[in-house]
Design a binder for this molecule. Structure first.
Ligand SMILES: C[S@@+](CC[C@H](N)C(=O)[O-])C[C@H]1O[C@@H](n2cnc3c(N)ncnc32)[C@H](O)[C@@H]1O
Length: 257
């Protein structure tokens, strides 16, 4: 399926590097905040988000934190990160462009950088953006509409939504696994919902930070070990040249659960 050149051009790597796909402009219009005020809030957005967290990773409340507590806080924090680390984000988009095709799941898609870029790729039929945070979903739906991509990208709360396909051709899950109550179980869900010839693009950071700046990251050694055992028994890594922190995988057969 090919894309009109205008959409692909608006979501090119160059545009990401220039302004994150008009990120500040989009955020300021969506939040109805003056662009100057918005820029001033970005530098503290990471510590503002950490301050909302009760302080210890709690599997019983972690989902409520993302769904009810963080609100617009994550939009600001992710915007600050994507703008200040644009070269890194650009490499994740190059990686995505190499593998994404057909029906793409962006699990925990945040502000939609990857989902929007994937929706503009000719090999992609539809992007299914899943995120617990209703403000993230509203922002990404709004951006998709604005970029003329509303018919190629839809937003959903979780994978139990019956509108979602049973299996995907590509699963993108970047900087999310360490936020989940059971990352190993999530890998099994991905394995079960990935076509046998599909690819999963994954990364993780099971660390609360040298100064405790990521209190919302899971770092329990037993769970991390279980994660790697599950990864190694369910997926085979595929080499790519873009990043060493973000990996590409094919599902291994015979392990569906
Ligand atoms: C650090 S952000 C990463 C966003 C995006 N993938 C990126 O690379 O910029 C983590 C995202 O995962 C979402 N999230 C956390 N737990 C989730 C869950 N159980 N299901 C779906 N999304 C979740 C959060 O709302 C947030 O948008």
């Amino acid at each position: 399926m090919s894309q009109p050149p205008s959409i692909a051009a608006e979501l090119s790597i160059d545009q990401l590097l220039l302004h994150g796909f008009d990120l500040l402009q989009h955020l300021s219009t969506f939040l109805e905040v003056d662009p100057h005020d918005l820029k001033q809030r970005l530098p503290s957005s990471s510590s503002d988000l950490a301050a909302l967290h009760p302080g210890a990773f709690d599997p019983l409340t972690v989902e409520t934190f993302y769904e009810e507590t963080v609100g617009d806080g994550h939009l600001l924090e992710l915007a600050a990160w994507h703008l200040s680390s644009a070269a890194y984000i650009a490499d994740t988009l190059r990686l995505q462009a190499q593998f994404a095709r057909g029906h793409v799941l962006d699990f925990g898609g945040g502000i939609g950088t990857h989902a929007l870029a994937a929706a503009a790729l000719g090999a992609v039929e539809h992007v299914w953006f899943v995120d617990l945070n209703p403000r993230n979903r509203a922002f990404v739906s709004w951006r998709a509409e604005r970029l003329g991509l509303a018919d190629r990208l839809s937003c959903h709360r979780d994978l139990s939504d019956p509108a979602l396909p049973r299996a995907f051709d590509t699963i993108v899950c970047l900087d999310v696994l360490e936020h989940l109550k059971d990352p190993a179980a999530q890998l099994k869900v991905f394995h079960n919902r990935l076509h046998h010839d599909g690819h999963a693009l994954l990364n993780w950071y099971f660390f609360r930070g040298f100064a405790g700046e990521y209190p919302f990251h899971l770092d329990d050694p037993a769970q991390v070990e279980q994660f790697f055992r599950t990864l190694q028994s369910h997926f085979l890594e595929v080499f790519h040249p873009w990043l060493i922190t973000t990996r590409a995988y094919r599902p291994m057969p015979g392990n569906a659960e």
